[in-house]
Ligand binder design. Structure first.
Ligand SMILES: O=C(O)c1ccccc1NCC(=O)[C@H](O)[C@H](O)COP(=O)(O)O
Length: 224
């Protein structure tokens, strides 16, 4: 299986172009109004055109209401719905069926109890994304640039397919890839010069570090 690299919170054509050119498998658009990465569905749709068919287009929502989800799906036509709120199992089932798209359920992890909440979603969510809990004072459920104790993930069954996120950057992404069994990594703040502003230099450095670690994970002789 191809290892996934998701760059989240894209807002400019330059960042989308670079992400795709460097081999991002997923690009995420944030539909949470309080986020500095918020984009209108129509703007996200325009940005996504350059990536469609090359990287999976991911819509990131937080307990979004039906009208807003309808608008996002209608305009952006995402390949995957990332649900970053408190969506219940029955809602996941309904959204998957209604929008006929795979769902990636995000969970914020601080301790073992947080991980236990995942169980009912196994076999329902198509994939998981494990992120850190928001620090005190933050209004954002994601995109906070903070990490969590990855060793908690050792408790998961081997068949739980997950992307790892939360505070990843060029300096720790190799450890994320080599010390966990994540099938992908996801970054936002770690490739920004300020909240909501992607840095092309930081994106390049992140891809360089991730590529090296992915090759190491695959073993000697890997051509990626
Ligand atoms: O990025 C946001 O602003 C955001 C807001 C609300 C819900 C989710 C959000 N981000 C979702 C992501 O998938 C981020 O990439 C993930 O949380 C990691 O972010 P970071 O720690 O900044 O790399």
């Amino acid at each position: 299986m191809t290892f996934s690299i998701k760059i989240c919170g894209l807002k400019t054509p330059e960042a989308v172009e670079l992400a795709v050119r460097r081999g991002a498998t997923h690009i995420g658009f944030i539909f949470f109004a309080k986020s500095p990465r918020y984009v209108e569905p129509m703007d996200a749709a325009r940005l996504a055109e350059a990536a469609r068919g090359k990287a999976k287009i991911v819509s990131v929502t937080v307990d979004a209401d039906t009208d807003f989800l309808d608008e996002i799906v209608d305009q952006l036509k995402p390949d995957i719905l990332q649900l970053h709120g408190h969506e219940r199992v029955d809602e996941l089932l309904r959204l998957k069926a209604f929008y006929a798209r795979p769902v990636m359920k995000a969970f914020s992890i601080r301790d073992a109890d947080d991980l236990a909440r995942v169980d009912p979603y196994i076999g329902v969510a198509d994939r998981f994304l494990f992120d850190a809990k928001a620090p005190k004072g933050s209004e954002l459920p994601g995109g906070n640039g903070v990490s969590f104790d990855w060793s908690l993930l050792d408790a998961l069954d081997d068949d739980v397919d997950y992307m790892l996120s939360g505070g990843l950057n060029k300096d720790n992404v190799a450890d994320a890839i080599l010390k966990t069994r994540c099938s992908g990594i996801d970054v936002s703040s770690g490739v920004e010069s300020e909240p909501g502003v992607k840095s092309l230099d930081k994106m390049n450095e992140f891809f360089d570090a991730a590529e090296r670690a992915i090759a190491m994970r695959k073993g000697p002789g890997s051509l990626m």
